[in-house]
Design a protein around this ligand. Structure first.
Ligand SMILES: C[S@@+](CC[C@H](N)C(=O)[O-])C[C@H]1O[C@@H](n2cnc3c(N)ncnc32)[C@H](O)[C@@H]1O
Length: 192
């Protein structure tokens, strides 16, 4: 299959990408994942979106591109240096709230929030506080994670953690789960 991304890049994508490279940030989601994030975002008009792990805002830019004018996105990260790049390039979008916070603190203080789409791209909501974040999904909401296929930068033992996470998600009777062997390995789940 031809895997070319034959769709326009978000307006800020190239400038964020340049700033990202200059900053030394190496954890950005790949462009295939980002393309899927945009397409899925387009299915939730008027939706409430959450991104755990903004990084420099590359994936954020794609999610925003898929969202309609009535949707809102909260994106959190604990690294002010990377978050500043997102703020500089995307901060003018009124649909976006960027939050500089620790994932654990944020989840614990927002347990009552509900979302239509969660991209969990940091420890919390993926390997930590998973149930708490899954509880934030509205019925029909997407839960999306990437990097679920072995990655060259995985530390020793991370493969076991990833397997445990996959087994856990598979075992949840309230989630419809699809595991994609594509891009970096994306798991897409919908809350029933
Ligand atoms: C995989 S990167 C996110 C990449 C981003 N979504 C993208 O595609 O460009 C993970 C992010 O989690 C952040 N992070 C790590 N520990 C955290 C914590 N305890 N609380 C909040 N964010 C954290 C890192 O600063 C990093 O930006």
């Amino acid at each position: 299959m031809n895997q070319d991304i034959r769709q326009p890049l978000p307006a800020a994508y190239l400038s964020i990408d340049e700033a990202t490279k200059a900053s030394g940030f190496t954890m950005a989601s790949d462009i295939y994942t980002c393309s899927l994030l945009k397409t899925l975002a387009a299915s939730k008009p008027g939706g409430k979106f959450l991104e755990l792990g903004t990084g420099t805002g590359l994936s954020t830019a794609w999610i925003l591109d898929g969202m309609d004018a009535h949707s809102t996105l909260v994106s959190i990260d604990n690294d002010a240096r990377f978050l500043e790049i997102a703020e500089n390039h995307l901060g003018g979008d009124p649909r976006l709230t960027l939050v500089h916070t620790d994932g654990e603190d944020w989840v614990h203080t927002h347990l009552g929030e509900r979302y239509d789409y969660i991209f969990a791209d940091t420890w919390h909501g993926k390997y930590l506080l998973l149930d708490e974040v899954l509880n934030m999904l509205n019925p029909g909401a997407f839960y999306i994670i990437d990097d679920m296929l072995p990655q060259p930068n995985w530390p020793e033992g991370h493969d076991q953690k990833a397997l445990k996470l996959i087994e856990y998600l598979d075992g949840r009777s309230d989630l419809s789960v699809t595991k994609q062997v594509w891009a970096t390995g994306i798991i897409l789940a919908v809350m029933l």
